[in-house]
Design a protein around this ligand. Structure first.
Ligand code: FO1
Length: 316
């Protein structure tokens, strides 16, 4: 079976480990469409946090404690930049990680697309899953906040990393969205999929960012293969990350049911045929098959079991 997954960074990466595990035993082919709204240019280098978190995680190179960047990292470049007094000092580029950004930046400057660059980087890490950026165009999430009484839009990374999402946000804006389109590879991955999964990633700044690329939602709804999502919210709080500060910005309740309503039932103009919630949570939405089970992703085996249940909910 061909499985296409929409995913963000850390949660998406852990989920994809489980998808890959099941795929290895059951012979599925997996493609992941990854959020690139978090992408940023720092110190002249193009950085793709979600693509890299997924690539390093599946390539067994992630720092599991931090959840981003390379295991065994050193910070001499960061120290040197600090010695020069160069900003932004709140964003850390590790020495090993910088190698990835140098290769990416060089290839982009030479005219390769983000899709090509990602494929090239993955030849080293062999993630076992085809990783696709949601678009080849530059399309970055900005967050509208108030700083010193002034309304300003700051880059998502500044809001997330510098301010730890503590500045109340009034909107998320995707700069460059009008010119963005899904790549051919993304459209093919959706077209040829037997099943589409929405990973338990941040519904606002990961999954909805992907869905907002003009044409992508239509491509998703067009196919007649099932779409099943997994709740990132357990007991009214995100399992990891800060979805609880993002959901209210869009007026969405931080609950498994709230997120399911946000994605919507396919028969009702939305996306989902099925929805998995954690044991003890519920969602009661017409046209959506809902299953409660352990969604804690405590091991690749547990996560593979989640995927097997998503396949069952899809009726496949
Ligand atoms: N997260 C941090 O909390 N602090 C950092 O200094 C930081 C640097 C960084 C560099 C490269 C990269 O790929 C990711 C990095 N992250 C850092 C993680 C990060 O950007 C966010 O967690 C995600 O964008 C949210 O998914």
């Amino acid at each position: 079976m061909r499985i296409t997954v929409l995913a963000g960074g850390i949660g998406g990466a852990r989920f994809l480990r489980g998808v890959r595990k099941l795929a290895q035993t059951d012979g599925h082919v997996v493609t992941a469409i990854i959020n690139t709204g978090d992408d940023v240019t720092m110190h002249g280098l193009r950085i793709c946090p979600d693509l890299d978190s997924v690539m390093y995680t599946l390539g067994e190179a992630i720092d599991t404690e931090r959840g981003w960047g390379r295991a065994g990292e050193t910070w001499r470049i960061k120290e040197q930049l600090a010695e020069y007094g160069v900003e932004p000092s709140w964003f850390g580029l590790g020495d090993l990680d910088t190698g990835t950004h140098l290769v990416r930046t060089q290839m982009l400057a030479a005219g390769y697309s983000m899709t090509d660059v990602t494929a090239a980087l993955c030849t080293r890490w062999q993630p076992g899953v085809t990783l696709l950026p949601m678009t080849d165009e530059r399309c970055e999430t900005h967050v509208v906040v108030e700083i010193d009484g002034q309304r300003r839009a700051i880059h998502f990374q500044e809001w997330w990393v510098r301010y730890r999402a503590s500045l109340p946000a009034s909107a998320f804006v995707q700069v460059g969205l009008e010119d963005a389109k899904p790549t051919d590879a993304v459209l093919t991955a959706l077209d040829e999929a037997d099943l589409v999964l929405l990973a338990p990633s941040n519904p606002v700044v990961s999954i909805n960012t992907i869905l907002s690329v003009p044409g992508l939602r239509d491509a998703l709804r067009k196919g007649d293969r099932p779409i099943v999502g997994l709740s990132p919210i357990v007991g009214g709080a995100p399992v990891r990350g800060m979805a609880d500060v993002c959901l209210p910005v869009l007026g969405v309740e931080t609950s498994a049911e709230g997120v399911a309503r946000f994605y919507g039932a396919r028969g009702d103009g939305g996306l989902l045929d099925g929805w998995l919630v954690h044991d003890g949570d519920y969602a009661d939405i017409a046209g959506m098959t809902v299953l409660a089970r352990d969604l804690m992703m405590s091991s690749d085996d547990v996560t593979a079991g989640m995927v097997a249940d998503a396949i069952a909910v899809a009726g496949l």
